[in-house]
Design a protein around this ligand. Sequence first.
Ligand SMILES: Nc1ncnc2c1ncn2[C@@H]1O[C@H](COP(=O)(O)OP(=O)(O)OP(=O)(O)O)[C@@H](O)[C@H]1O
Length: 239
Amino acid sequence: MSALYVLTDVVQCYGDREVLRLPSLAVAEGVILGLAGPNGGGKSTLLRLLAFLETPVAGEIHYRGAPTVGREYALRGEVTCFPQEPYLLKRSVRANVGFGLTARGARDVRDRVEEALTMVGLDPGRFAGRMWHELSGGEVKRVALAARLALRPRVLLLDEPTANLDRDSAELVRRAVVAARERHGTTLVISGHDHAWLRAICDDILWLRDGTLAAPLFADGHAWPETAEQTNTVARNVS
Ligand SMILES: Nc1ncnc2c1ncn2[C@@H]1O[C@H](COP(=O)(O)OP(=O)(O)OP(=O)(O)O)[C@@H](O)[C@H]1O
């Protein structure tokens, strides 16, 4: 696999406070990379940089082999974000999931909406015609995820996608994410506090604390941050 992102000496500050410092980080195309660590560790900040929503105050981000500085706006179309608290448009489930596809002029909107709903475990026959207010909180989250999956993005960045979900819903999200990579080759970066869930799905998990990369967790769980000695190890599949 080749590197999709390469970050070198990246620093991000809010005001005069440094919140992220990454000497070196590479994310391979097609990987599922987890971001773990305590509140305020810098996970969401890193996701915003990978989404090109912010520009670092220092350092370089390369995407698909080219520098990104000055091209952030154009590059945002390559990346789809799933925020911590996704919301739906005041429309039907079908209209919500199809919104981005219709905006892009896709022709097979109906089929792709149904595929995406099925991927998140929502039967299109039961759910597509429902209105946004006829859903539980967990269903809202899965509809919002289906709207992102329907776009078949190259990169999908998920900020705590299982927060407030019960075990069954979290499992459905896990399967949907795996399917996105298997069917469409999507690269996924996922932040979360549910370490067991992350370990079940991620090729690698990075541990961010106080804005720096600490010891890595591996998907097989053999190295927890308390005991690991390695630092600044990054997604292993980078060539
Ligand atoms: N817009 C902002 N302005 C100022 N400081 C910010 C802003 N966003 C985040 N921060 C600060 O940056 C640091 C990293 O925050 P970030 O949201 O990236 O952490 P996180 O690891 O995602 O946390 P959580 O697990 O709570 O979601 C924190 O100290 C936070 O207070």
